[in-house]
Write a protein that binds this ligand. Structure first.
Ligand code: 5GP
Length: 227
């Protein structure tokens, strides 16, 4: 009888742990935010289909604001928050986002905002509702101009020159006083590592920028190309 009781207790406990695990994957629990900016020419170079614009924008634009977990930075995602409502992107906000957060691949900005909100934004709805999520993202984009920071350090698009990871991180760190993260994409035709994303990390409330040290990055390539 005692044996049966303890087996039952064990089963109940195991099931409770299992439930917690499943729920934490899709609910709004997260530790910090990744604010991800991308270099549009890299999107267009590695993409199988051409981008909608013949010449991609030559400045870093927003990819997304992602609530993330230290144990698994790609989670949470696709949570049970409210779905995107395009009325929340009111006209004045819309005209700002069209500059800071364009769809650099297919040119459908609203659809891009919708997919980012539905996949990431609604996982932190308890902190930032939809209006605040987009307002805050735009404010983050405005607070540091990555393109200008790199230009001031003579890091400008070049067909053959390469930089080390720290060459690129150093001026950004100096300007923002926080460690960013870089992500690259391999160019399938030339096998070079192209700078693709610069990530800033923010605290749980998306108010204070923090170091991205605790976040898994990309294995640092020896030579990074910026084209
Ligand atoms: P995530 O879905 O995790 O936010 O980011 C990955 C996806 O975002 C990829 O499928 C990538 O193609 C997409 N993505 C990145 N930039 C853009 C963009 O400017 N427009 C569109 N439509 N998708 C993008």
């Amino acid at each position: 009888m005692g044996m049966l009781k303890s087996s039952l207790a064990f089963l109940v406990l195991a099931f409770a742990f299992f439930l917690c695990f499943i729920m934490s994957a899709g609910d709004g629990s997260y530790d910090y935010f990744q604010f991800v900016q991308q270099w549009p020419p890299t999107n267009c170079r590695v993409r199988k289909r051409p981008c909608s614009k013949p010449r991609p924008l030559q400045n870093f634009t927003i990819h997304g604001l992602w609530p993330s977990n230290y144990s698994n930075p790609t989670m949470p995602s696709k949570c049970t928050g409210s779905q995107f409502k395009k009325e929340n992107v009111y006209p004045q906000l819309r005209s700002k986002l069209k500059i800071s957060w364009p769809d650099v691949e297919s040119g459908n900005d609203t659809r891009f905002w919708e997919s980012e909100w539905n996949k990431h934004g609604r996982c932190s709805e308890q902190t930032l509702n939809q209006v605040k999520y987009f307002q805050r993202s735009h404010a983050m984009w405005r607070s540091h101009n990555v393109t200008e920071i790199l230009r001031n350090a003579s890091i400008v698009p070049h067909p053959t020159q390469t930089w080390t990871y720290s060459d690129i991180v150093s001026p950004i760190k100096a300007a923002t006083k926080r460690t960013p993260l870089l992500r690259c994409k391999r160019d399938p035709t030339t096998n070079t590592e192209l700078l693709h994303e610069v990530v800033f990390c923010y605290d749980y409330k998306a108010k204070i920028q923090i170091d991205c040290n605790r976040t898994a990055g990309y294995p640092n390539p020896q030579a990074i190309s910026f084209q």
